[in-house]
Design a protein around this ligand. Structure first.
Ligand code: NAD
Length: 498
């Protein structure tokens, strides 16, 4: 290694250490950062090296209830705050996150592994929820109209649902938090946020940024913890909690829905996906390969919207698969902070082993690995971009969420086959269609059982659009004008003969 390279590595390590030193390590309860009630802590690791990045307070059940005490204590006053004031706080938060984009991006790369350029993209996407819901908070309209009989009046208004529990996953540490916190604040709700224990640092910095933007104490409380159920169980059992919004795996979502039933809580569930990526023979194949790279490789494939099943029409399957494998094989893997890295590590050793087990089983069932196919030696949890051709339609890899940089390709003959294969999943989150025939795209979209469909587009997430799934991919929508409705309840007032 040259002396100048060693110098630049030292400078970047110093910058990482300086940033980590600014991240709050406590629990945020009632506007104060504090230790856990039993003094317990847990470590957060860099998945590219396995090194410990930081040690955070680990909230107990008692801390979770103290956080709900704070949220409940200010619910009424926060609900009464002028919508414009809530909008101004969210807008200031948008400005501050944007100003601190470099810090947020580096922190996400350190704790989650994604390349810096992708982390910067997530900062822009994540911050946009703050701006979008700052604009939505003053447009939470009701309605006033005459009954059909013509005598009385009907008044409908939307009120905040009340204190919320927000649970986020590790894969998009900023965007999953802003996608919940911003609409909840805009609607006038207070909240307890529990970030994923693998990537809580970004939420800690985000919470401090919300305080810096002028958010009153107690409105947002944050309880990172080594024990997820130790936080959720007492909160879901407490009658003061009125809503749970969860993003994560389908099995955990189901268990939270069951627990939420006891108090008939409102729920929003953003769960797993198994997105089909359908390439018809009349598609622009180069654009389809470009879209496939984006839909598969964003976040190293660790995304609920990641294309999981590539369904390609027979006549173009060889050409598409060859071009796709060449593009996947050319990607540079490395620590996300290193210049030129296009693919970072997976989140931990278990994730890497799970991905490899699916690949091994698919190959044993007859698939061929055209690129990648075996794990990269450590340190760090790297897996190479892998394209599998000739995957049998009953292979496990087509049924399960892969959550890694692996693209199984299978073929179809007719449009009806494509629709049948696409819908052969218990999930229904995102889907991607490539064709030059717009009528065909609309016709297929009508029949696809998914909450979101991309036409000739590999990335479709946008704060202004309703994000969410059908079937076992979940309930409710985040973003768009639908997003704020998840945090409001409807009150009807009947007015006699005014
Ligand atoms: P996960 O279900 O393991 O964890 C998600 C969150 O739930 C974490 O904060 C975790 O600590 C918490 N949790 C885990 N067990 C819990 C329990 N028993 N009680 C309460 N909380 C609990 O999921 P993950 O591995 O963090 O995230 C990956 C999953 O999330 C994938 O399935 C992915 O598709 C899904 N996801 C969905 C969306 C979406 O919008 N639909 C977005 C991102 C990720």
């Amino acid at each position: 290694m040259t002396a100048s390279l060693v110098d630049s590595l030292n400078v970047s390590r110093q910058r990482e250490a300086a940033l980590l030193a600014t991240v709050p390590t406590g629990l945020l309860i009632g506007g104060q950062w504090r230790e856990a009630s039993d003094g317990a802590t847990f470590d957060v690791h860099d998945p590219a090296t396995g090194e410990v990045l930081a040690t955070l307070a680990s909230a107990t059940s008692e801390d979770a209830l103290a956080a709900l005490d704070s949220a409940a204590a200010v619910q009424a006053s926060w609900a009464r705050t002028a919508p414009r004031e809530r909008a101004d706080i969210l807008r200031r938060a948008f400005d501050l996150v944007t100003e601190r984009a470099g810090d947020f991006a580096l922190l996400m790369t350190l704790e989650m592994g994604k390349p810096l350029a992708e982390s910067r993209g997530e900062v822009i996407y994540g911050a946009e929820f703050l701006r979008w819901f700052s604009e939505e908070s003053v447009r939470n309209y009701g309605r006033y109209f005459t009954t059909p009989e013509g005598k009385n009046k009907i008044l409908v208004q939307h009120k905040p649902v009340g204190p919320c529990l927000l649970i986020t996953p590790w894969n998009f540490p900023l965007a999953m938090a802003t996608r919940k916190v911003a609409p909840a604040l805009a609607a006038g709700c207070t909240m307890v946020l529990k970030p994923a224990k693998l990537t809580p640092l970004t939420s800690q910095l985000f919470a401090q940024t919300m305080l810096d933007a002028g958010l009153p104490a107690g409105v947002l409380n944050v309880v990172p913890s080594a024990s997820a159920s130790g936080i959720s169980a007492p909160l879901l059992a407490d009658p003061r909690l009125r809503k749970v919004s969860f993003t994560g795996s389908t099995p955990v979502g189901k268990s939270l829905m069951a627990a939420a039933a006891a108090n008939v809580l409102r729920t929003s569930m953003e769960l797993g996906g198994n997105a089909p990526f359908i390439v018809f023979e009349d598609a622009d194949l180069d654009k389809a390969v470009e879209g496939a790279m984006a839909a598969k490789m964003r976040n190293m494939g660790e995304a609920c919207t990641a294309a999981n099943r590539f369904l390609v029409q027979d006549s173009v399957a060889d050409e598409f698969t060859r071009k796709f494998a060449a593009a996947m094989g050319a990607l540079a893997t490395g620590r996300g902070t290193e210049p030129g890295t296009q693919v970072g590590p997976l989140i931990n050793a278990g994730a890497r082993d799970d991905v490899h087990a699916l690949v091994t089983a698919a190959v044993a069932a007859g698939a061929t690995a055209l690129s990648g196919g075996s794990p990269v030696d450590g340190p760090g949890y790297f897996y190479p971009p892998t394209v599998l051709a000739n995957v049998p339609n009953d292979a496990d890899i087509l049924r399960q969420e892969i959550f890694g940089p692996v693209a199984p390709v299978t073929t179809f003959t007719t449009e009806a086959d494509a629709i049948r294969l696409a819908n052969a999943s218990e999930y229904g989150l995102a889907s991607y269609l490539y064709s030059r025939n717009f009528n065909k795209l609309l016709r297929v979209a009508e029949q696809i059982e998914c909450g979101m469909v991309g036409f000739n587009a590999g990335v479709i997430s946008n704060a202004a659009a309703p994000f969410g799934g059908v079937k076992q991919s979940g309930l409710g929508r985040e973003g768009g004008s639908e997003g704020i409705a998840e945090y409001t309840t409807t009150q009807y007032i009947g007015i006699a003969n005014p």
